[in-house]
Ligand binder design. Sequence first.
Ligand code: PBG
Length: 333
Amino acid sequence: MVETRGPFPQTRMRRNRSDDWTRRLVAEHRLSADDLIWPVFLREDDDSEAEIASMPGQRRLTVSEAVDAVGRAAELGIPAIGLFPKVRERLKTPACEEAVNPDNLICRGLRALKTAVPQVGLVGDVALDPFNPLGHDGLLDGERVLNDETVEILCRQALVQAQAGCDVIAPSDMMDGRIAAIRRALDQAGLQDTRICSYAAKYASAFYGPFRDAIGSSGALKGDKKTYQMDPANSDEALHEVALDLAEGADMVMVKPGLPYLDIIRRVKERFAVPTFAYQVSGEYAMIKAAALNGWLDGERAMMESLVAFKRAGADAVLTYFAVEAAKRLRAG
Ligand code: PBG
């Protein structure tokens, strides 16, 4: 006689995990190249420092190298890229004039890319840190980062970038009121189709270290960014930030960093149901790369696991330095 009762579990969760085909069938989330935005660092042609020691696998690219690399990224199905400039030291000034120079490195990059790879969305970072000798995102009065004066120059920075071909203006500065001001400036210039992706919930994080190396601002940074970037202890405040930026006209919002803030992505997505992006920042990339290079973990699996985690949390897209590597992996199947 068959024993029907007994110590056996009624529900066996493992059944649906037992073959590759069932696992694929029941998968709730799937990463695709369509979800990836690749952040690209630009350097001047005569700047020989291409390697970024703390970001193995990423290089600072000249404009013409970027045209080739972004062309290849497009072939892999990556819909959009972000641009970050390493500005010449002598062009960094307290008034950050270079940020609004229509011929600066970022604008030259935007124009070249818009012409060569028009099908790729161009995301332009708007903030003053690459242009400020002290590495802060705004104008300074002594040690104080000025808000309203900074917003004025950010509007001009957004305009020169949009006029150079930037599709998505992405203010990463965390000044108050900048989304409304930038929206107004763009509209008045006839740029009503230029989108704004607000870094709405950006935390004062230790995970930005390698990025600051990449744009050459790390040695310069005086103090920290805690008077404008958010306290990692806060979560309701992120919702408040997002509500304000949406009311001011943001088309998409971003949470940054990524993995340590998956709870914020989830709350933002659930509350507002708007396009929500995550930024897997330089330090997150560096951690996985460093561990992989040491043979301490399987870098490719850690990369793919971290990226699907963003989808699970509710992100619609992820800015990630892994974009090209992940897109290749996805293509290989
Ligand atoms: C600055 C900016 C930062 C990043 C993107 N834009 C650094 C900062 O706020 O200091 C970080 C990105 C990364 O770490 O990958 N406006």
